[in-house]
Design a protein around this ligand. Structure first.
Ligand SMILES: O=c1[nH]cnc2c1ncn2[C@H]1C[C@H](O)[C@@H](CO)O1
Ligand SMILES: [Zn+2]
Length: 359
């Protein structure tokens, strides 16, 4: 058998990719942050776009999720008006489409964007406007939906869950919680999750990033998470054997058996200390064990990354080829929160034909 060939970055950029975990306030263009900050009178640590981009990646690279999250002050701070949100959303779609992303679910916390008087509804409307502009500018090459995030350290999760359900026919496909994980277990927000489930809505929860198995267990078994944001620590419930086999604990078995998708974000995980390096990232073990693994960017600005870059790093570290990238991409598309027929359409008419043409 021929050895697997590691794809080039150009090939990976052309490949249709699916992104389930990307924060709107973590993906701004540095030059836009500079311009928007000047308009808003927001003081930045650097005013040259290139230096500012470096400042974000270096500051986020601390080994601590809490310190990583502090950098968002300078993106959220410039996303407080309708036009600013629309611009950021439009540029996000343009950048993803240029990177070969064909389907994306972009998340943000509406409650962070009301400092200058916008209502929660206006925040979602302004982002939707930007997504529509971006999709149009990209000639229909990409489909984009929103996930609304409640912040763990605030007490507005129920309100945000209701907002997500209210906007379900205007682009919003799910509900999430984010922010510092230690000290804020998902069960604190049970009321919000139960509401979303009663409304037949979709849930993803940041869990198993800065805290371990108890957080994942609560997310899945108490809160009904359909997907896990990161979920890297599920590997703590996997005991490797000598002969390449592994023994799964009950929680890891449940997550694998139920095909609960793991939204893995390798570079972000290295920056926050959830993984030691890309080469040591649990994604390799979990992919080998056929968990439903997906690859994501988390925060393109803070991690200085893109979908192409995340895939390139993994292919280089693990010797993965296009077959593996196709598997990851189909995993992600199967796990999207849009209706089944729409998922199938993208798999059958966009993803599979591209890979078939490479063979
Ligand atoms: O990786 C993350 N873990 C937890 N919270 C995060 C992560 N990346 C971004 N956030 C937070 C900061 C943003 O302001 C918020 C909404 O996008 O979500
Ligand atoms: Zn995240």
């Amino acid at each position: 058998m021929e050895p697997t060939r590691v794809p080039t970055r150009d090939e990976l950029r052309s490949a249709p990719k699916v992104l389930l975990h990307d924060h709107l306030d973590g993906g701004l263009r540095p030059a836009s942050v500079v311009e928007l900050a000047a308009d808003a009178g927001h003081e930045l640590p650097e005013t040259d776009a290139e230096a500012l981009g470096r400042w974000f990646t270096e500051s986020a690279d601390s080994g601590s999720l809490v310190r990583y999250l502090e950098t968002f002050e300078h993106t959220v701070g410039v996303m407080q008006t309708g036009p600013a949100l629309t611009r950021v959303a439009r540029e996000c779609v343009e950048d993803l489409a240029d990177d070969g992303v064909v389907y994306a679910e972009i998340r943000y916390a509406p409650e962070l964007h009301v400092q200058q008087g916008l209502t929660l509804d206006e925040v979602v409307g302004a982002v939707q406007e930007g997504f529509e502009q971006g999709c149009e500018a990209s000639g229909g090459r990409i489909v984009v939906r929103h996930l609304l995030t409640g912040m763990r350290q605030a007490a507005r999760a129920r309100e945000i869950a209701e907002l997500a359900v209210a906007h379900r026919d205007r682009g919003v496909v799910g509900f999430d919680i984010a922010g510092p994980e230690a000290g804020y277990p998902p069960s604190r927000f049970l009321d919000a999750f139960e509401y979303v489930r009663r409304e037949n809505g979709h849930i993803t929860i940041h869990a198993g990033e800065a805290f371990g198995l108890p957080s994942i267990w609560e997310a899945v078994q108490w809160c009904g998470a359909d997907r896990l944001g990161h979920g890297v620590r599920i590997v703590d419930d996997v005991t490797p054997g000598d002969d390449g086999t592994a023994e799964l604990g009950r929680l890891a078995s449940y997550v694998r058996d139920k095909r609960i998708p793991l939204e893995m974000c390798p570079t972000s995980n290295v920056q926050t200390g959830a993984a030691d390096s890309i080469a040591d990232h649990p994604i390799k073990t979990l992919a080998d064990l056929r968990f439903r693994v997906t690859v994501n960017t988390d925060n393109r600005l803070m991690s200085g990354t893109s979908m192409t870059n995340e895939h390139a790093l993994l292919c280089e570290a693990f010797g993965w080829g296009l077959d593996q990238v196709e598997w990851l991409t189909i995993n992600a598309m199967k796990s999207a929160f849009i209706p089944y027929d729409e998922r199938l359409d993208i798999i059958m008419n966009t993803i599979k034909p591209w890979y078939a043409a490479q063979r």
